[in-house]
Design a protein around this ligand. Sequence first.
Ligand code: GAF
Length: 388
Amino acid sequence: MNDILINKTISFFEKSFGSTPQKTVLSPGRINIIGEHIDYNDGYVLPAAIDKIICFAFEKNNTNTSKIIAIDLDDEFEIDLDDEIQLTDKVWTNYLRGVINQLKIKGFKFEGFNCVFSSNIPVGSGLSSSAALECGFLFGIRELFDLNIKPVDVALMGQSAEHWVGINCGIMDQFSSVMGKENKVIKIDCRTLEYEYHDANFIDYSLILFDSNVKHSLMTSAYNERRQQCDEGIATIKKNYPKITSFRDCTENQVISLKDKMSKEVFKRSLFAVKEIKRVILACEALDKGDIPALGKLMFETHKGLSEDYEVSCDELDMIVDTLKQEEAVIGSRMMGGGFGGCTINLIKKGQEERIKKQLSALYMETFGIELKIYDVKISNGTSLYTA
Ligand code: GAF
């Protein structure tokens, strides 16, 4: 599947610049098994890179200006690397400007380059196309100019680029895009950035994504608001339990004891965070034991928390999860990513996938008049150089 994308990107580069690329980079999107809205709350997450990618082709151009072409958008921009880097109205370019800005802030030496890229990661589906864009672009510049940047720092600088654009995201998306490994999920401790790989063996179940095909525009403001509410929650906890600095060191009862000292929203967000951090630990143990029904149950619980307490779901995502919950063949289902649209992640009994896909698509169309998109994803390697 990705061969077509890679060939398209390389031949577009050759036509545009009359030369073959010096470096070609593959940068994946990600899924997250469990641990949602927890990366910026110092918790654990369980994501993985997938086989949906952005392909970048690069060459040095011996000037101080870079030219970048987005094939899918039929758009391009040029940037003088000596100028101050600023946000523009062309939103997609800002993620890349943000990366260049990071490199300049950190004092890395690089010159002008030409770059062409193309993607098969659906945008706005909660598969983190923006992290793939930032990290793949940065990885390519690193390779082209032989910059001494460790993989984890590629992820951290990608995250800073996203903050610069305006989304105060955690580290999960960039980390999993860069550090992903074939057939492994990554348990990341988002407080220390320690991580370990676990086998992604779902035994009798297939991992399938249902894309609601909706993108409610609240996303950026609501995301930043959730972060702020969690900061408020943890500040109240600290004031009353001075030894606790993070939700992961807090019990549900401690949060409940502070119910009257928090706004209704802050209380609900805090309780969700404490419960979700515990669920990730249990989910990882269940996966290691091959207890997929236990893992699935935790995924359903996460969805309920995201919908009722964290309030980042929407009617379309709730309908998908509620419908699948009635199905014996679906062992786990939940919304995935930032929320307000995008995908659900689902574990479906092998052999039953096609029936469920067909029935859900028909019901989804009947209910919302919207086509349900479906992705069968493979857990794959993180950002890498492509060699033919
Ligand atoms: C978005 C963010 F970018 C991540 O950092 C993470 O918080 C996620 O939403 C929710 O778990 O993808």
